[in-house]
Each structure stands twice: as C-alpha cells, then as structure tokens.
Write a protein that binds this ligand. Structure first.
Ligand SMILES: NC(=O)c1ccc[n+]([C@@H]2O[C@H](COP(=O)([O-])OP(=O)(O)OC[C@H]3O[C@@H](n4cnc5c(N)ncnc54)[C@H](O)[C@@H]3O)[C@@H](O)[C@H]2O)c1
Length: 252
C-alpha cells in the first residue's frame, strides 16, 4: 500500500483533512487554536487538548478537552475517546511554554519545566497518539522554533528543547515510515499568547524587524497554512523536515 499520495485537485490541496481525526495539543493557544479551527472548517473531527479551560469564544465544532502533556494518563484518556471513533490521523503538537533565561541563569526547576513540556510533552503525545497512526497511517506536525536553529538572546534553554524536537522529528520520521510522516515548523516570533509581553515593546519589534530580511514577523495565517500543508498529503513526500519560517532571519 502506498501512503501519502497527493491528489491532482490543486484547488483543494487539503481535501484529505475532511473527515480526518485531528488532535491538537496546546489547542487553546494562539497557534494551536487557529489550526484546530481551520481543520474543523475543512471538515475534520478535531480534539483540542490544553491545560487551560475553553474560553467563551470556543468553537462548537472543536472538541475541547483538558489534558496536560506532562501527564501521560490525561493524554491516554483523550486517545481512548478519539479511538472509539477511529485512529488519529493528524497530530499537531502546539503546546509549549517560554521561560526567558540564559543558560547560566537557568535554575533546575525552570530547566525541568521547559524540558518536560516543550520536549518530553512531544515525546509523550507522539507515543500515545502515534501507536494507532502507525497501524493506519497519519501525519504529525511538531512546533520547533528558530530559537532552536540560531542562538538568540535569552531563549537559550527553550531553544535547546526546540532543537531536540527537530531531531526527534527526524528520528520518528525514520522509525515510523512509511505509515506516518513527521515534520516540524520552526517559526520566528509571532504575536501570540507566548510573546504578548515582547510585542508590547516597540524596541523589541524594531530590533526583530531589523534582523529579518523579509521585514515582517510571522502571522497566525503563516502557521495555519504550513500546518495544513504538512498535515495533508499535499506534502506527501516530505518527512523528517523542519520548515524554517523566519523571513530569512537564520540565513545570516
Ligand atoms: N509565538 C511564537 O513566537 C512562537 C515562535 C516559535 C515557536 N512557537 C511555538 O508554537 C507553539 C504554539 O505557541 P503559541 O505562540 O500559540 O503560544 P500560546 O501560549 O498562545 O499557546 C501555547 C498553549 O500551550 C498550552 N500549554 C502549556 N503547557 C501545557 C501543557 N503542559 N499541556 C497542554 N497544553 C499546555 C497553553 O495553555 C497554551 O494554550 C509552541 O510550541 C511554541 O513554543 C511559538
């Protein structure tokens, strides 16, 4: 059986997401939430997992569940619910936290928290949801970061975890081929819940734009398009890759 063959329907490249079972960790975050809503809009059955409860604007078409990527049992509870319907077809790992500290100043508790959510959380959710995907086929999209590609400011321990996510993406892509494709997105800064404290500073924005050849930061729409492309068979020959979305920041 050949997996991940794209169709020639170029006007609807993400058509195979209709009816897919999509799990999004960090599904109430800025990026995870937008991806969850986009998948639901394409006709997917979407489960949004997060540690924060649904807000008043929660979409009725997205199944909002409480789950913590630090707690394997909470992921397994959602997995059981999804698999009562059928195997997971798409897993988007968008849960994450930022703790801005340099390497020397990163205390044990901060290091453990960053690693347990940003790295171990991806390990857990890939194992929990990936077991079914390995039998029936699927696609995983992880969130790495350009902070895991180039060393920038006080994002060092976060960047170390994200670099490891990109390497884990390669490892799983090889182990789980041909059934499962695994890719990652490594964005530059995007206005979101995680970066709200930075984007209030005009000096931060000016410095960031000075570093980015395309002279703009990332948008939610940039990330949704990339996630839909990588999740769908439109990207059917791509696996193990980290797509750097940084307007050229890491080129120099
Ligand atoms: N915004 C950026 O500039 C940027 C840049 C590069 C990478 N990223 C990555 O993109 C992903 C999405 O980030 P975002 O910008 O939407 O931030 P966000 O803060 O809006 O969303 C992150 C979500 O993860 C959830 N979360 C945190 N800990 C969790 C846990 N233990 N279990 C389950 N959910 C948990 C949060 O509650 C939140 O809803 C993250 O992995 C982040 O590291 C973001």
């Amino acid at each position: 059986m050949q997996h991940h063959l794209p169709s020639a329907s170029y006007d609807s490249p993400y058509r195979d997401l209709a009816g897919a079972r999509v799990v999004v960790t960090g599904g109430r975050g800025t990026l995870g939430g937008a991806i969850a809503r986009a998948c639901a809009g394409l006709g997917a059955k979407v489960w949004s997992l997060d540690v924060t409860p649904s807000g008043p604007t929660a979409s009725g078409t997205v199944r909002e569940r409480m789950a913590n990527v630090r707690d394997r049992a909470s992921l397994e509870t959602v997995r059981d619910e999804v698999e009562a319907d059928g195997a997971t077809t798409v897993l988007i790992n968008a849960a994450g936290i930022q703790r801005r500290t340099d390497f020397a100043g990163c205390d044990e508790a901060t290091w453990q928290e960053l690693m347990d959510i940003n790295l171990n959380g991806v390990y857990r959710s890939c194992q929990v949801f990936g077991a079914g995907m390995r039998k029936t086929g699927g696609s995983i999209v992880n969130f790495s970061s350009v902070s895991g590609v180039v060393v920038s400011g006080k994002g060092t321990p976060y960047g170390i975890a994200k670099a490891a996510v990109s390497f884990m993406t390669k490892v799983i892509a090889v182990e789980w081929a041909p059934q499962v494709r695994v890719n990652a997105i490594a964005p530059t800064a995007i206005p979101s819940g995680m970066t709200a404290d930075l984007f209030v500073s005009p000096a931060y924005v000016a410095a960031k734009l000075a570093d980015i050849p395309l002279k703009r930061v990332g948008t939610v729409e940039d990330m949704v398009h990339a996630a839909l492309f990588l999740a769908s068979s439109a990207s059917g020959l791509i696996t193990g890759q980290t797509v750097i979305m940084d307007g050229g920041l890491s080129l120099r």
